[in-house]
Write a protein that binds this ligand. Sequence first.
Ligand code: ADP
Length: 263
Amino acid sequence: AAVFPERRKDEFGAISRALREMNDSLADAERTRKQLMSDVAHELKTPLMIIQGELELAHETGAPLPADKQASILDEVLRLSRLVHEVLDLSKLEAGMTELRPRTENLVALLEDLTEKIRFMVEDKQIDLSLHAQEEVIPVSVEKARILQALYNILTNAGYYTNPGGRIRLLVETAYLPDRHQSYARIRVEDSGAGIAQEDLPHIFDRFYRADHSRARPSGGTGLGLAIARQNILAHGGWIDVQSVVGEGSVFIVYLPMGRMER
Ligand code: ADP
């Protein structure tokens, strides 16, 4: 009978520890939510100001909007709508509210399609884009659209931040990771682009983080591309890494757990 109160004390200790941890993680979630609100508000402000300014001017002067102003307003509206769409998608992913519908796909075939899709973008800049696969078939269990989106974001960044005449190499292979007791597909996206400063590297997967403001995309980019890519990859049980040297280029490395090819 003497052991009983002791055990009880242990249980109380464990329960109060668990409650404290729950409280801490709720406080964390609340901080993240507040930060997201203020980040989003900040990002919405500039395009809204531009649109408001142009329309007010047109309204006051009564002059019709010239075609170039119409085009720039439309650009800002499209940017706003992309931003809203991406913020919603990202917050659902972060909250674990996105239900994946994975199927077995051949990663090599997905990458072949993807390189064809962005070929027009790199051809304009005469970038040499190549794909090297260790095997013809590398099965992964993924929701195709989500993984394509993640890789598309990484590849278009490589295309964007690489100078004309540069090089982008995509390598895909399989690797058994003993500490995880599992085989992974490993995708490397290597570019000969601008590179990323060491102090920026830990932050580039953060939402709205842009390493060099003067170089960051003038329009189009929302600063959410890598955050979305990372969350999509994490949702699939994988992860993403980056290595970079300023002036030499960057390497993004994506790991995805291997699936089995049915048939
Ligand atoms: P953005 O919409 O600005 O491209 P991302 O989330 O896709 O947002 O990328 C975040 C930042 O990481 C970029 O603004 C850029 O500074 C840096 N970055 C991403 N990919 C590369 C790359 N391949 N080479 C150099 N810098 C990169």
